[in-house]
Design a protein around this ligand. Structure first.
Ligand SMILES: [Zn+2]
Length: 268
């Protein structure tokens, strides 16, 4: 292992908060690959893992869907060489927890009291796991309620770790630059700090991304696969939003000191 970015309990461990099982792979599969290649540990915290959502396997019940989605995650870990540790929180996903139709999860406004309960529940779990490193969490593009709750909960953990934000896929492909900018501004307001972006770039980013996305056939249609591919080609990789502290940890971990200017690229 090379490099050392330990300071004030902020090591180079990467912890990815994945509201659902596919979010880490779809949104930051290439970043995880890069982190592992640099010799640092990666832990994926899957939050709302109990689910009936498998639009392309509608004949399956809840237990079978949850098992199938776990198997897809394990295939992803194997694809990257088995260096990933998963922690599954076994919480109900939004349609089950909030008793709402799947097509309402991206415009589901919760009462403030309910938001507090949701944040406390997820925060209790995360505080048992997170105590150092970089916590890579959703920017919440697309406003899926589970992603919003995850972001708000994780921002409260800023005293324990460095925070970095990923662009949720396929939502970012659907929302476009305006939707991404809206989510970034909302995140900066919650955080009280401005964010700069870097791109984890690769010449064959779209190809590598397709290899990962296709490991989750219960979750995506061919058109969604194409949307993710198009968005990856547009960014040239995966765009991550960082503040000053997380920018230092991130770039030190990846062996690059590109600075804090907007949209710096870290390539192969
Ligand atoms: Zn999700």
């Amino acid at each position: 292992m090379t490099g050392d970015c330990n300071e004030k309990n902020r090591g180079c461990d990467l912890l990815v908060v994945s509201p659902h099982r596919d979010d880490a792979a779809f949104s930051v599969g290439l970043t995880i690959r890069r982190w592992l290649a640099c010799g640092w540990p990666v832990k994926i915290i899957n939050c709302y893992t109990i689910s009936e959502y498998a639009p392309h396997r509608s004949e399956l019940n809840r237990a079978a869907v949850s098992d199938l989605r776990r198997a897809e995650d394990l295939a992803f870990a194997q694809h990257l060489g088995d260096g990933i540790e998963f922690v599954d929180l076994n919480l109900l996903d939004a349609p089950l927890r909030l008793c709402c139709p799947v097509d309402e999860v991206c415009n589901r406004a919760l009462a403030p009291d309910r938001v507090r309960v949701e944040i406390e529940l997820l925060g209790d779990h995360l505080r048992r796991i997170v105590n150092r490193g970089v916590l890579l969490i959703p920017l919440s593009v697309g406003n899926h309620v589970d992603h919003i709750i995850a972001r708000q909960t994780c921002i409260r953990l800023a005293d324990l770790c460095s925070l970095a934000f990923y662009e949720d896929l396929p939502y970012s492909a659907l929302a476009g630059p305006e939707g991404v900018a809206e989510a970034r501004l909302a995140t900066e307001t919650l955080l009280g700090r401005s964010l700069q972006s870097i791109v984890i770039a690769s010449g064959d980013a779209s190809v590598k991304k397709m290899e990962v996305v296709k490991l989750y056939p219960s979750q995506v249609t061919e058109s969604e696969v194409e949307q993710i591919k198009g968005y990856t080609a547009y960014t040239g990789g995966e765009r991550i939003w960082l503040d000053e502290t997380s920018s230092h940890s991130f770039q030190t971990a990846l062996g690059s000191r590109a600075g804090n200017d907007a949209d710096k690229r870290i390539g192969n």
